[in-house]
Design a protein around this ligand. Structure first.
Ligand code: SF4
Length: 199
């Protein structure tokens, strides 16, 4: 089973084109300034089978890609690789995945046996821990120490600047709560977190 923090079935803030996004619950890291601090604890959130998650993410026919974030996707690599494999049975989709692990660690000493299967599906991997002092407010990566790896080459020449683009944020209604989608600049992230803590 997957432990899912949130899902959106349509955003333009986390990669090229219209995308579905799955955020997992739970992360072994504790980066200061993490924009998803409520998704760091390893605690039960929404349990979904890979089939259920794939179905939920596939609702919109105009979605061109999927993004996995969190939390730490590599901690749920087996389930997530099954999600994208099921989705790709019906149509072509690109896959972007965020991770706090460095790619070298994932290749040389994977934290769990599902990692190679997920890496085999990923087109773009954005790796490394978030470092607030190196957040330049640009790009899909949160800080300049994080790297954009074009593992497949599928998204290399599409004119999407992963590292230097102006960031975009969407606020989406999620039940009674607001879901912030995208990579915010540090000021916006702090304001959003402070507002949530006051709730
Ligand atoms: S790796 Fe990502 S989700 Fe985990 S604590 Fe760091 S910024 Fe937050």
């Amino acid at each position: 089973m997957l432990n899912v923090a949130a899902i959106t079935t349509g955003t333009r803030a986390l990669g090229p084109g219209l995308r579905s996004v799955l955020w997992v619950q739970g992360c072994p890291f504790r980066c200061a300034g993490c924009i998803a601090e409520s998704w760091i604890p390893v605690r039960p959130a929404t349990a979904m089978t890979p089939g259920e998650a794939a179905q939920a993410l596939s609702i919109r026919p105009d979605v061109r890609g999927v993004t996995f974030s969190g939390g730490e996707p590599m901690e749920q690599a087996t389930g997530l690789s099954e999600v994208i494999r099921l989705m790709r049975q019906d149509r072509e989709l690109d896959l972007i995945c965020f991770t706090g692990y460095r790619l070298e660690r994932l290749l040389d000493d994977p934290p769990n046996p599902g990692v190679p299967n997920l890496l085999a599906e990923v087109d773009v991997l954005i790796d490394g821990l978030y470092v607030r002092s190196r957040d330049d407010g640009l790009g899909l990566r949160g800080s300049t120490n994080q790297r954009v790896h074009h593992l497949s080459g599928l998204l290399t020449d599409i004119g999407y600047d992963f590292a230097g683009r102006v960031r975009a944020i969407e606020l989406q209604q999620a039940g009674d709560d607001l879901l912030m989608v995208g990579v915010p600049d540090p000021v916006l992230a702090s304001a959003f977190q402070a507002a949530h803590r006051e709730d």
